[in-house]
Design a binder for this molecule. Structure first.
Ligand code: SF4
Length: 156
């Protein structure tokens, strides 16, 4: 069983009401059970919604209260992002999932690089809030851009 960002499966949970459908991820359904999760919706964010980015830090800093997730209109929605991350962790632990494939660069789901907080498309090093909470609880996280090179899938 794999946890997957719901937008990658074509679920319209993205901030603009659309999705990030990815046929490589859909193909994994022939071998794995995929569990779709959208941490922003699980945290109580509406869809559609304004985009948000992490200001002055990354996911770990948000979880520790040292950085904020700010919506494009300046509203602090760190609480929703933390709640969503905790709910996703709960699902992962309930179902004994040890691998998650999450959407690259998102302030929730991104792993390795995320948008830099300026809403300009620029990136910075770091994990989104959900990617961070999963990793720090021993769950491996990769993005959809890594599935073709990941040793996990090369072995199957
Ligand atoms: Fe996709 Fe994650 Fe954003 Fe939800 S929070 S729309 S699953 S990238």
């Amino acid at each position: 069983m794999l946890l997957v960002s719901a937008c990658l499966l074509g679920i319209n949970c993205k901030y603009n009401g659309g999705n990030n459908y990815n046929s490589d991820i859909i193909e994994l359904m022939t071998k794995y059970k995929l569990i779709p999760v959208c941490p922003e919706q699980l945290g109580g964010c509406a869809t559609p919604r304004l985009p948000a980015e992490i200001l002055d830090g990354e996911g770990q800093d948000v979880l520790e209260g040292m950085a904020k997730v700010i919506r494009k209109d300046g509203v602090d929605i760190s609480g929703e992002f933390k709640k969503g991350a905790e709910e996703v962790l709960k699902i992962a632990q309930l179902l004994n999932v040890d691998l998650a494939i999450l959407k690259a660069r998102s302030p929730s789901c991104g792993a390795g690089n995320i948008y830099d907080g300026t809403f300009s498309g620029k990136l910075k090093k770091g994990n989104g809030v959900t990617a961070e909470i999963l990793k720090s609880n021993g769950i491996k996280v990769i993005t959809e851009e890594e599935i073709k090179t990941s040793e996990v899938f090369r072995a199957t």
